[in-house]
Design a protein around this ligand. Sequence first.
Ligand SMILES: *Cc1c(COP(=O)(O)O)cnc(C)c1O
Length: 393
Amino acid sequence: MTSHIMPTYGRLPVTFDHGEGVWLIDENNNRYLDALSGIAVCNLGHAHPNVHKAICEQSAKLLHTSNLYAIANQELLADKLTEKSGMDNVFFCNSGAEANEAAIKLARKFGHSKNIENPAIIVMEKSFHGRTLATLSATGNAKVQLGFAPLVEGFIRVPYNDIKAIELALAAHKNIVAVLVEPIQGEGGINIPAPDYLNQLRSLCDQHDILMMLDEIQSGIGRTGKFLAFQHNNIIPDVCTLAKALGNGVPIGACLARGKAAQLLTAGTHGSTFGGNPLACSAALAVLETLDADDLITAAQQKGDAIHSQFAEQLKNNKHVVDIRNKGLMIGIELDRPCADLVKLALEKQLLINVTNDTTIRLLPPLIINTEEINSLVNTLAAIINTYTEQTA
Ligand SMILES: *Cc1c(COP(=O)(O)O)cnc(C)c1O
């Protein structure tokens, strides 16, 4: 039978029926260990009872009203998010791309408030910010942009993890109003910058009165061992975008702002029909409560480091492994060759992984993963990697 879905994804030949924690169960009752969490979405694993309960209760009361009215759950969620992040306020939307759209609009408004007529935003090579026209224009990946010209103007691209390059761009262009950057690049290959990169960027943004905008859509919500990855650096950005794990599978995005960035988007300048509706916010509130109650964020750091050292041990004699890197449970294993085929080989062993930037195995397991599951993940995947690099010369 032909599918009536637009072929925007190369889909794997498996359909899941339900989930339990880190496990996904297919239509034939096979159990798969999910080391991807739907790409950093289900940080609490699948079918989490707290999220289930919250959305059941909320759906019995109210799904949607409108942002024309105050929404209690949205106010509460904004209180929690600003308290946990040190930001001042929040615009709610439904996805990561939309959160970044809000950030981009906000940066342009900031520029115009300073009488910069043609504001530009510094963005990075190998970055990923989404699939809408503005966010794909900000993205540093030619494949994402191919076929969609003309791109949105107003982005200046520099190499990632290179403060000098940003200084040079600032010297060369007087219309720069913001820098948009991932604290750790996800799609780009789990690229972790120098430990003081964000600190230096913060200083530079202050010196030049431009906005520091962090895309925490993949790195946020506890994954790296802090609620937000920038909290490893003891800095606060001017703008921060969230989505993915915020609702553990219920679509919700957020653009957080602080200080001079917080009052730029005013009534009539931006909006969203669904953004921050009672249902989505009820899920996000349950996520934040559970992360804290179960101390999952500290655990993410320990679990990630355990996974790293176990892989280092089991892959130590494999000279085709270029690098193993992690910050908490954001984990990359880079090989010396393209390895997209590993995804299917792992699927055959009932393990769900991802390969990004051609040569990097990406692991984003749920934060609730336990020791036994970690052992199973590492043993299975290390064996697959070792066989693969032996067989592909
Ligand atoms: C996934 C992702 C996005 C896009 O989020 P969508 O919800 O797919 O629009 C943007 N930035 C980063 C860093 C991401 O990982």
